[in-house]
Design a protein around this ligand. Structure first.
Ligand code: ADP
Length: 623
């Protein structure tokens, strides 16, 4: 030791002492020195003091300084170390005390060493404590354990089976659901054990797809059957997703298996019913097709494939098998189909189609919208028949009607001319019987003429030869003139006319419009023998005029109302003697109005009367 000439304490010694002191005080562990067996608190560092909330313990025996530690083993450790001279260690040792001196007791955990402290003579004089507060670590571990338990509980309670595999594809985790399904402990499923529970039929497929996807690290989805512990077969849908560690390293897969037995059962039922539908459709002698939401054909039955080559029926641009439709009809068919589709309406169309023998056949095709449960349109279903023979018969009938009415027209015209001549010759004669007879003959001839010209019209309409001489005219004038004309022949009825405007102009065939009104009026009079009035009312809508002919007669049932505009349709059960007719007047009227882009309809109640309507687009209205 170097000499100290000043006799003052050595400065370097003093420095070292203060450094050790500093080290002791600032040390990151809890340090304390307790003297004697009763552990009088002699020295402690800052952290120790802080943990105890700076409570005043200096020179106090331990039982007095920390009374709440009584019974927790610490005092006994001090005494044992003092007595035996052997150090004692604690690991995550629990202690309950009023830490930080706040008046509340809490649990903390410590790692510590209690070692004997000897005086300069080497005699044990106290105990030195060196401890670390490890409460945070213990709590974190506890929390982790709780979370793991929660995870286990949740996964075990899940109705789906859950699993995890490592990066080599070996199962490292399965939940209880798996074990419940298979009736085997979870361990049996680990590694590649799960494969044993895949039904034999699916095993190869499932394994190869599993290996393929896992090697590529892609998400995967596969349905398969498993052998349940209770002997039943269960369908599952397995999905898996690659799992990565926070540093981006591939860690394997995590996935689930859902029980889809019920779904598979329904799918099978659906498949069976589809199969049944297909069998029915294939054995039906009619042409059945279906289309999807994009209007294109999705199904054709066997009759179709016998009718024509499937590829041309289903060709890409094909709507309604249009590639085979006669070029004069195809535009109309596609247009009508599109319109019906967009409005979700039924349709019936007649057109020609090329059969595989090279002949065109007439097809009568009905289409009905197919709606899903929620009302959305999923496409159409249609059925059609070869109506060529019917068309041919109709043609013969039409030709006959055309010819017969044409042939009848000439003699009738000549008879009418003679009767009128006779009427004018004998108008001042005294022979009342002769005059009455001639008037009756004239009336009947007028009726006959109208019938013949209606028949002629029917045949013209059927063969597309009905031409319209359209010109703009004031509708009201024609209506009034026609009413006047009919009024002359109506002995018992008053025809009352009202209109929203007097100057409704339409672009139409004047004679044909008059013909429609004559038909409505004569019907109104004919079918209301007990009444004395018929009303004609014109209402103006934005772009159309609506003409209503109202009678107070026998009326028409709702069921018949749909049919009376059909050709040759007459309401059955009515006394043919009372109400003569052919059942073509309304058909002709409706066809005429249709050709003017208007509509015809009826509202009626049996016993009360009917209102027949027709509408026409307005050319202009002058107020
Ligand atoms: P018809 O020559 O038989 O009168 P229509 O085509 O003019 O032929 O009428 C078809 C059927 O509609 C008639 O047979 C009749 O039963 C019914 N009908 C037409 N108009 C009326 C009406 N105003 N009141 C009651 N029934 C009517």
């Amino acid at each position: 030791m170097p000499e100290n000439p000043t006799g003052q304490p050595d400065a370097s010694l003093h420095d070292a002492d203060s450094q050790y002191r500093h080290l002791f005080m600032q040390a990151p562990g809890l340090i304390a020195i307790l003297r004697r067996r009763e552990g009088v608190c002699e020295l402690f560092n800052e952290l120790f003091s802080k943990v105890w909330g700076n409570r005043d313990v200096l020179n106090k025996p331990m039982r007095q300084a920390w009374p709440e530690l009584d019974g927790q083993g610490f005092f006994e450790i001090v005494e044992r170390v003092f007595d035996t001279g052997n150090a004692e260690y604690g690991y995550e040792y629990p202690a309950r005390a009023d830490w930080h001196h706040t008046g509340k007791t809490a649990e903390a955990f410590f790692d510590f060493v209690y070692s004997p402290y000897r005086n300069q003579e080497g005699v044990i004089d106290g105990v030195m404590i060196f401890g670390m507060d490890v409460t945070a670590r213990v709590q974190a571990r506890k929390q982790l354990a709780e979370q793991q338990l929660l995870f286990k509980d949740i996964t075990d309670a899940a109705a789906t089976a859950l699993w995890m595999v490592d990066k080599h594809g070996n199962i490292t985790f399965v939940n209880q659901t798996w074990a419940d399904w298979t009736g085997h402990p979870k361990e049996a499923l680990l590694g590649r054990g799960w494969v044993d529970f895949v039904a034999h039929e699916d095993r190869e497929r499932v394994i190869s797809s599993y290996i393929r996807e896992v090697t590529r690290k892609w998400q995967y989805h596969v349905d398969f059957r498993i052998l349940r512990g209770d002997g039943k077969i269960q369908w599952v849908a397995a999905t898996g997703k690659p799992r990565y560690l926070p540093d981006g390293e591939f860690a394997g897969y995590v996935g689930s298996c859902m029980d889809i037995t019920e779904r598979k059962k329904w799918e099978q039922i659906l498949l069976d019913s589809e199969q049944r539908f297909r069998t029915i459709a294939d054995s039906a002698p009619v042409l059945i097709w279906m289309s999807g939401p994009n209007k294109k054909t999705t199904f054709l039955n066997k009759s179709w494939t016998q009718f024509a080559d499937e590829s041309s029926l289903l060709s890409d641009k094909g709507l309604m098998q249009s590639d085979l439709i006669h070029k004069s009809d195809v535009e109309m068919v596609v247009e009508q189909y599109r319109r019906a589709f967009d409005r979700q309406r039924e349709f019936y169309l007649e057109y020609r189609m090329l059969r595989n023998d090279g002949n065109y056949r007439w097809i009568g095709m009905k289409g009905v919208p197919r709606l899903a449960n929620d009302g959305t349109l999923v496409g159409y279903i249609g059925s059609g028949m070869d109506i060529t023979e019917m068309k041919e018969h109709e043609q013969v009938k039409n030709d006959f009607i055309g010819m017969a009415s044409h042939e009848l027209k000439t003699p009738i015209t000549s008879i009418k001319a003679y009767v009128q001549l006779l009427l004018s010759i004998y108008k001042d004669a005294d022979d009342e019987f002769l005059k009455k007879s001639l008037t009756t003959v004239n009336k009947q001839i007028n009726k006959l003429t109208r019938l013949i010209s209606d028949l002629l019209d029917v045949s013209k309409m059927e063969s597309g030869r009905l031409s319209l001489n359209s010109e703009p005219f004031v509708l009201n004038d024609v209506l009034k003139e026609t009413i006047e004309e009919v009024q002359h022949t109506a002995a018992h009825h008053d025809i009352v006319y009202t209109a929203c405007s007097d100057t409704i102009t339409v672009l139409a065939d004047r004679d044909r419009i008059a013909q429609v009104l004559i038909n409505f009026l004569t019907n109104a009079i004919k079918y209301s023998p007990e009444a004395d009035r018929v009303d004609v009312n014109v209402t103006c809508k934005q772009n159309e005029a609506i003409i209503a002919v109202k009678d107070y007669g026998i009326g028409i049932s709702a069921e018949e109302q749909n049919k009376i505009f059909n050709r040759f349709y007459r309401v059955e059960g009515r006394n043919e003697q009372t109400f003569s007719g052919f059942g073509i007047g309304l058909y002709v009227a409706a066809e005429i109005i249709k050709r003017h882009n208007g509509n015809t309809w009826v509202e009626s109640h049996p016993g009360t009367g009917s209102v027949f309507y027709f509408s026409l687009p307005v050319h202009s209205t002058v107020a």
